[in-house]
Design a protein around this ligand. Structure first.
Ligand code: SF4
Length: 214
């Protein structure tokens, strides 16, 4: 139980999201901090050979790769430096059928929905169907009151920040504001809301009571 009042308020939101996610068919776990999320993912990775990364800043903050490499896991990372476009595409396809897929969600509602906007679709595709198991890690900063607020959060914060991180030639990567562009490099082409766990998927959502990613 958190003693700091702000931490406590966030804990209630996190726990409510966990409860709602469970009602919607997902496995969901409350994590007090990122170390608990790290430990959960490492335990789950024991059963996996191939591990796919969805390209998430949240997952990057966990710094899982060194331990996963020590465990002799095959890491599938389409964003690894030095890859050609063809090599990235091949890895993206392999990520769709990996043993364990690691990603975040752009937003999670207190009603237990996962809300995402994607440019290529490999991330939301793998979240919906394909990998043996999916773990979604989301910090408390991604919890919103409803789907409308989730979509607003994505356009106001997540998408411009991701466009900037990925060096996309989009207006938001320059101004920090979404201008609803039709840029060839737009990362806003696909809107996917997982309202309930997709029927043939195995998804665990870790809700962490820390700010993580964006
Ligand atoms: S400017 Fe374009 S890429 Fe950036 S958030 Fe808006 S629609 Fe997405």
């Amino acid at each position: 139980m958190a003693h700091d009042p702000v931490q406590w308020v966030y804990e209630q939101k996190c726990r409510k999201a966990v409860e709602s996610l469970r009602k919607n068919g997902f496995e969901a776990v409350y994590c007090e901090n990122r170390q608990e999320a790290y430990d959960y993912v490492i335990r789950a990775a024991n059963d996996a050979n191939t591990i796919g990364f969805g390209g998430s800043a949240t997952i990057d903050t966990l710094q899982l790769r060194p331990e996963l490499r020590e465990m002799d896991k095959v890491l599938l990372q389409h964003n690894a430096p030095g890859l050609s476009a063809d090599e990235k595409l091949i890895i993206r396809r392999r990520e769709l059928t990996c043993d364990l897929f690691l990603t975040s969600s752009n937003a999670v509602t207190v009603g237990g929905q996962l809300v995402n906007i994607d440019g290529t679709g490999n991330r939301v595709g793998a979240m919906s169907f394909g990998p043996q198991k999916v773990i979604v890690v989301a910090g408390r900063n991604k919890i919103t009151d409803n789907i409308e607020a989730a979509l607003q959060r994505i356009k106001e914060y997540a998408a411009p920040a991701n466009a900037r991180r990925l060096n996309k030639k989009t207006p938001c990567a320059v101004t920090g504001f979404c201008s609803d562009c039709d840029s060839p490099e737009s990362i806003c082409r696909i809107k996917v809301i997982l309202e309930r766990k997709p029927s043939l998927s195995d998804i665990t959502v870790l809700i962490v009571n820390e700010d993580m990613g964006y």
